[in-house]
Design a binder for this molecule. Structure first.
Ligand SMILES: C[S@@+](CC[C@H](N)C(=O)[O-])C[C@H]1O[C@@H](n2cnc3c(N)ncnc32)[C@H](O)[C@@H]1O
Length: 230
C-alpha cells in the first residue's frame, strides 16, 4: 500500500476506529498507551509530540502529564481521524489545549530540537519508510530526550503467534466485517509480517542516530514499545 491508500484507509475507518479498538483489546490499549507515555518521560511543562495521533488518545494522556505549563502537538495525515481527535478534546477540560496538525510524519512541519518527548502509537507499522520516520523523530527531538513507540508485533513464541493469528482471523476481521470494513482490517496480518522485530527496530534506531535504543515486548510479545534517546 502506498501513502495515499493508507491515508484513505484511515479516513474511512475513523468513525468506527475507537469503538473497535476498545472492544477488541478489552480496553487494554489504554494501559499500553499509559506505559508508552511513562516511557517517553513526559513531565509538567514539557513540549510533547504525538505522531500518527489518530483520534488522539496518546496526545490526551500527554496533555495530562504536561499540565497547564506544557504544550502538546498531535500529528496525523488523516483529516477524518483529526476531526474525531479535535471533537473529543473539545469536550474535555484538561489543559493545555492540543495543537492538531495535518501532516505526513515523514516530513514534519516542525523545528529541529523542538520536543522534550515524543510518542507514537500503532503508527510506525503503517509508515512507508521506517528509517526515514525514525530520522524525522530524531530531528525534532531535543538532545537527551526520549521517544516511545508502541506497536503490534509478531511474538517470538509459536504458541502465542498462533493465538494472535487466530484472534485476527476469527475475531478482529469478523468484527470489522460486521461494521463494513473487512479489507481495512485484513491488512493488519500482512503488515505484522513485514514489520521489523524488536531487535531490528533497535538497529534501525541506532542507524537513525539515537544514542540508546531498547525494545520492550509487552502483552506476551504481541505488542512492543521501542524507547529511544537522542
Ligand atoms: C492505527 S492508527 C493509530 C492511532 C492512534 N495513535 C492510536 O494509537 O489509537 C494509525 C494512524 O497513523 C496515521 N498515519 C499512518 N501513516 C502516517 C503518515 N505517514 N503520516 C501521518 N499519519 C500517518 C493514520 O492516519 C492513523 O490515524
Amino acid at each position: 500500500m502506498n501513502s495515499d491508500h493508507i491515508q484513505a484507509l484511515f479516513d474511512r475507518i475513523a468513525p468506527v476506529y475507537d469503538e473497535l479498538n476498545h472492544g477488541l483489546s478489552f480496553g487494554m490499549h489504554r494501559i499500553w498507551k499509559q506505559m508508552t507515555v511513562k516511557w517517553s518521560g513526559a513531565k509538567p511543562g514539557d513540549t510533547c509530540l504525538d505522531l500518527c495521533c489518530g483520534s488522539g488518545d496518546l496526545a490526551q494522556m500527554l496533555s495530562e502529564k504536561a499540565g497547564r505549563t506544557g504544550q502538546v502537538y498531535g500529528v496525523d495525515f488523516s483529516a477524518a481521524q483529526l476531526e474525531v481527535a479535535r471533537d473529543r478534546s473539545e469536550r474535555r477540560c484538561i489543559k493545555p489545549p492540543i495543537h492538531w496538525i495535518q501532516s505526513d510524519v515523514l516530513n514534519l512541519p516542525l523545528s529541529d530540537n523542538q520536543f522534550d518527548c515524543i510518542t507514537m502509537g500503532y503508527g510506525l507499522r503503517n509508515v512507508v519508510d521506517i528509517l526515514s520516520s525514525l530520522k524525522e523523530i530524531h530531528r525534532v527531538l531535543k538532545p537527551g530526550s526520549k521517544a516511545a513507540i508502541l506497536d503490534m508485533h509478531r511474538p517470538d513464541s509459536a504458541f502465542v503467534r498462533t493465538f494472535q493469528q487466530w484472534y485476527l482471523d476469527e475475531v478482529v476481521v469478523p468484527a470489522a466485517q460486521r461494521m463494513g470494513f473487512t479489507e481495512e482490517y485484513a491488512y493488519i496480518a500482512p503488515s505484522l509480517d513485514k514489520f521489523p522485530t524488536g531487535r531490528e527496530q533497535v538497529r534501525l534506531a541506532e542507524q537513525a542516530g539515537f544514542t540508546t535504543a531498547t525494545h520492550y515486548p509487552i502483552a506476551g510479545g504481541t505488542m512492543g514499545v521501542l524507547v529511544i534517546t537522542k
